[in-house]
Design a protein around this ligand. Sequence first.
Ligand code: ACO
Length: 333
Amino acid sequence: MNLNTHIVGVGGYLPERILSNEELSTMVDTSDAWIRERTGITQRHILAEDQQTSDLATAAAQQALDDAGISVHDIDALVVATTTPDMIFPSTASIVQYKLGGKDFPAWDIQAVCSGFVYGLAQVDGMMRSGMFKRVLLIGAESMSRIVDWTDRNTCVLFGDGAGAMVLEAKEEQGGMIGSVLHCDGSYRHLLMAEHKYEGNAPGKKVDFRVDAAGVAAVEMKGNEVFRVAVTKLSEVVGEVLEKYEMSKVDVDWLIPHQANIRILKATAKKMQMDEEQMAVTVDKHANTSSASVPLALNHLYRQGKFESGQVLLLEAFAGGFAWGANLIRWSK
Ligand code: ACO
């Protein structure tokens, strides 16, 4: 039996609060013009104080389930790609399972920062083709606003919160996932990171965890160095995934890139010789939502009814690690 992984449901969620560039300019020394010109971002969504990553994930997942016309009880695995989990443990996936009203099926998180969803799709596709699961909920969800230093203009202007989700189903029919390529090069790990600060704790010491070892982390980035490597690696990876699956640029109908910077998106579209109309752009309204950005960008086009059966979608992402990758999908929904 030859199984293929099909997308049967798509969903997204953005928290209500919008933080505009203008409002941000009253907090740090920046301007709407600088942010727009360098990144293409005009605003970002910020989760409420009483929301957590699992709440964003649950809302996106419920929309994807509704879109697939099924309930959580029809699911046999749930995976959350996140770099901003509710807690160190349990996994955000287990919390989302509970909030959706599910039980018993396996649930786990994966962490590949902004490439988390692309990595997740590759991982789940392999498991589904092997017959391990029939229907999987894959979610990318982030509360980046919780880990950015809101006094650092180099990073705080870049990120936003949100979640995107897909219901995947293994079927014998042709179509769905074509395949993926993934990469990581840890020698770049210091250029983009958020360190845990568990200082002071060791056997024999008494630490007040709420004060001394709160695990507070903030994003640190060497922006222009990340930019240079991102453009090169993304150009390479789109070529590599096409070559691996014996396709060419003209076969791709839609480019769904990770949304970090409009200049990086345009460079990849140029390399693909694609019109910008064939590319999902949400960075202007969402900023960089890390692992949520690819499924949110896909959801954005899907809600506009853009995809036709048989069309080819190319998803790609670049992230801290550095970890990067791409997925090819033949739309079959
Ligand atoms: N407002 C005004 N000025 C600013 C701001 C700001 N918000 N931020 C930086 N500047 C200043 C800098 O201080 C610098 O000033 P100086 O020349 O006086 O020192 C100047 O602007 C230029 O700074 P650069 O960092 O060189 O600006 P650049 O054109 O490279 O743009 C940016 C910065 C937007 C961060 C860009 O480098 C970028 O997008 N990098 C890639 C980000 C990315 O792809 N990340 C990967 C995914 S994220 C993840 O995995 C979590």
